[in-house]
Design a protein around this ligand. Structure first.
Ligand SMILES: [Zn+2]
Length: 323
């Protein structure tokens, strides 16, 4: 096993799953120095973790081709009924800018953390944290959304480290974020959460005691999703994740999205798309998969990002449809 040690280990723990213990200790100046990322999105070839560098069998993120998605009539993968989200209405969290993303981690006793089960999940999974990628990491039929939210859950009967070694140790719920100039009242899902973003603009910025209604940040249609066995999209890229990716996005305004463009996390914060190997993507048999209409505003997204998103040209030529 290729495991990072010392500072690498710390960075790995902070970024991927927990954050809580390290966030507390980072109040001391010496720890803040330690807090600088040891890996970057500009240098994927040198990420810690063999799977990240050489690729495993089910690395994430991937492009989901809707024509290849298997409606799971025989309950081959989606065996446990409807998804059940419990305790997402009032979630006590602390926010941090960890140099890779903005992250809100569950605070307080594990007993009060939100839990998820059902769908492809045999076990109960506890919400550890929510973080953001802009642009999205997964794409649908070659097209990316402006944003992707990751709700990272750990199997409740395992420690984090045990979970990282099991194929179903983690469950990450993914919600795409779409951008519109103006939103209808029913689309104001992100406004509560957005109030906390200005406090988290620089690496190491943090805020605690935040109460978030996370049901607003979940997709408006939780019966329709893609699901597959994959990996973490940051070091060490453990193939320990059941991905649940909603096809209906939430919405952000142009102004809200621009604020993310000013968050200090380097040029961008998504891992490149991974080759399809042993990936099999399912959807609930009863769901009516919504094919995104995001190409329409993709030019707007590029405009928003032109100031700092200097590699967008490369990115577009890597597989996005051009219009
Ligand atoms: Zn993520």
């Amino acid at each position: 096993m290729d495991r990072p040690t010392g500072r690498q280990r710390k960075d790995f723990v902070v970024e991927v799953v927990r954050g809580k213990g390290d966030v507390a200790s980072a109040a001391e100046p010496s720890s803040i120095i330690d807090y600088q990322p040891v890996w970057t999105y500009d240098d994927e070839a040198h990420w810690p973790g063999l799977r990240c560098r050489e690729g495993g069998k089910r690395q994430s993120p991937i492009d989901i081709k809707t024509s290849d998605v298997i409606p799971d009539y025989t309950k081959q993968f989606i065996k446990y009924g409807p998804l059940q989200f419990t305790g997402y209405h009032k979630v006590l969290v602390s926010g941090i800018n960890n140099g890779h993303t903005i992250q809100f981690s569950s605070e307080g006793e594990e007993a009060i953390h939100p839990v998820l089960t059902g769908g492809p999940l045999k076990y109960l999974y506890r919400l550890e944290q929510l973080h953001f990628h802009w642009l999205s990491e997964h794409s649908i039929n070659g097209v990316k959304y402006p944003m992707e939210l990751h709700f990272v859950h750990v199997r409740a009967d395992l420690t984090v480290y045990e979970a990282l070694g099991k194929r179903d140790g983690l469950a990450i719920v993914s919600v795409f974020g779409n951008v519109q100039a103006e939103l209808d009242d029913y689309q104001q899902e992100a406004s509560e959460m957005m109030q906390h973003i200005p406090k988290l603009m620089k690496t190491g910025d943090r805020t605690s005691g935040v109460l978030l209604d996370m049901t607003k940040l979940l997709s408006p249609n939780r019966e329709s999703y893609y699901t597959y066995s994959g990996s973490l999209t940051s070091p060490e890229c453990n193939e320990a994740v059941i991905w649940i990716i909603f096809d209906s996005p939430i919405f952000l305004t142009d102004a809200q999205y621009r604020l993310f463009g000013k968050v200090g996390v380097g040029r961008h914060n998504f891992r490149s798309l991974q080759k399809l190997k042993h990936h099999v993507v399912f959807s609930p048999a009863e769901s009516k998969i919504h094919i995104p209409q995001i190409v329409i505003f993709f030019e707007d997204v590029i405009r928003v990002f032109t100031d700092f998103f200097r590699n967008v040209g490369t990115f577009v030529s890597d597989g996005l449809p051009t219009r």
